[in-house]
Ligand binder design. Structure first.
Ligand code: AMP
Length: 369
């Protein structure tokens, strides 16, 4: 059984590592010769839109999935779908919705999931309307291709908005209210092609400059988890989804406000590799192949810390008792996710104490609330 993966980044690499014990084979498509998945699986190199490569991949594999959500929906529909082609999971409709922040907001509203107030911005007059209707402060984001805080600018004043329009305004934008949240959480769940669903404990996430730095799990009261599972279930059922789906929320006055969704395994779920009975990567594979889903029972209190920009010395990290290190094999670059480490402890007190010590070494500017 061969799984085709479009995108050979660290998520793809961790999918392959989770799939080998199940007896699966992998074929990746990625334009980069340095794609992290290339260290552990065969990669065909070419554009994500290459008609010949997409056709070939969908003939060679039983199922196609993706580890990167900014791939072309048009190219997938045209070249990878059809008779004698592999199934594509998660569904392309979910991918199309997640690629456009406006479509995503409309979906949340349609499904009764609270989200930030927003206004689409395609022109200067639309920007003025957005500022009037949504108010200040806010954040102006590109509708497409935004990730890890890229393509977004915080707006405190009318002048900020005009400056942001100058620098972002050549592409369709969305203006959102700024939410003074108490914390950020995410929920990850999987739905199999047979309709079985499982949900992981809630993740508590700390971002800096729009990039995820730390995840702690299980996080928050049971009430938040129940609400998040309810919202995620609505999305899974809406798409008749297969695979892992993530929704990120702001928590404000005890209410969950959906920020965005990701139709794939998610950075806030990396702790599940060591911190849960079955990882998000394994459950993604099980769900797209119609296999029984694995238990999401946590094995302790986990903290996952991203290693961003430069890699700390391996020896220093491994000297932390109980630390699990994942290096992705990427060239260091400012703001780039190069690896992560996970701690799984018996108590939240011990986990937080160790996580703070680790953070002081690898990301001194990041504070754990
Ligand atoms: P995003 O790319 O939408 O996930 O944004 C990245 C991060 O920027 C979020 O996780 C938040 O920390 C912050 N952020 C984005 N949008 C808002 C908002 N409307 N209000 C407050 N913080 C935001």
């Amino acid at each position: 059984m061969t799984v085709g993966v479009i995108g050979g980044g660290q998520l793809g690499r961790m999918l392959a590592l989770a799939g080998y014990p199940l007896g699966l084979d992998f074929l990746f498509l990625d334009p980069s010769r340095e794609a992290p998945a290339g260290r552990v699986a065969p990669v065909v190199h070419g554009a994500f839109t290459d008609p010949q490569l997409l056709k070939w991949l969908s003939r060679e594999c039983q199922v196609l999935t993706f580890d990167w959500e900014n791939i072309s929906v048009e190219a997938l529909r045209k070249h990878a779908c059809g008779a004698r082609r592999a199934r594509i999971c998660p569904p392309v409709s979910a991918l199309a919705t997640a690629q456009d922040r406006v479509a995503e907001k409309r979906l949340f509203e349609r499904l009764g999931i609270p989200t930030t107030r927003w206004h689409a911005v395609g022109s200067r007059p639309a920007l003025e309307r957005a500022l009037r209707e949504v108010g200040l402060p806010g954040v102006l984001k590109t509708r497409r291709m935004g990730y890890d805080g890229k393509g977004q600018m915080r707006i405190r004043t009318h002048e900020d908005a005009l400056r942001a329009w100058q620098s972002l305004g050549s592409v369709p934008l969305i203006y959102e209210e700024w939410v003074p949240f108490e914390c950020e959480v995410s929920i990850i769940g999987a739905r199999s092609t047979r309709g079985q669903t499982v949900f992981y404990p809630l993740n508590g996430n700390v971002h800096a400059d729009g990039i995820l730095r730390v995840t702690r799990a299980p996080y928050g009261p049971a009430r938040w988890h129940r609400t998040a599972v309810d919202y995620l279930t609505r999305c899974l059922e809406h798409f008749r989804y297969a695979g892992v789906l993530t929704i990120e929320f702001f928590v404000r006055n005890g209410r969950l406000i959906a920020n965005e969704m990701a139709p794939r395994v998610h950075n806030s779920g990396h702790w599940t590799i060591e911190g849960c009975a079955t990882s998000q990567f394994e459950n993604h594979l099980r769900s797209i192949l119609g296999l029984p889903l694995g238990s999401t029972r946590p094995t302790g209190h986990s903290a996952m810390i991203n290693l961003i920009g430069e890699m700390p010395a391996r020896e220093a990290l491994l000297a932390f008792e109980g630390l699990h290190l994942h290096e992705y094999g990427k060239e260091p670059r400012p703001g780039r996710k190069l690896g992560h480490c996970t701690l799984v402890e018996e108590s939240t007190t011990r986990r937080d104490r160790l996580a703070r010590r680790l953070l002081a070494r690898v990301a001194p500017g990041v504070r754990l609330p």
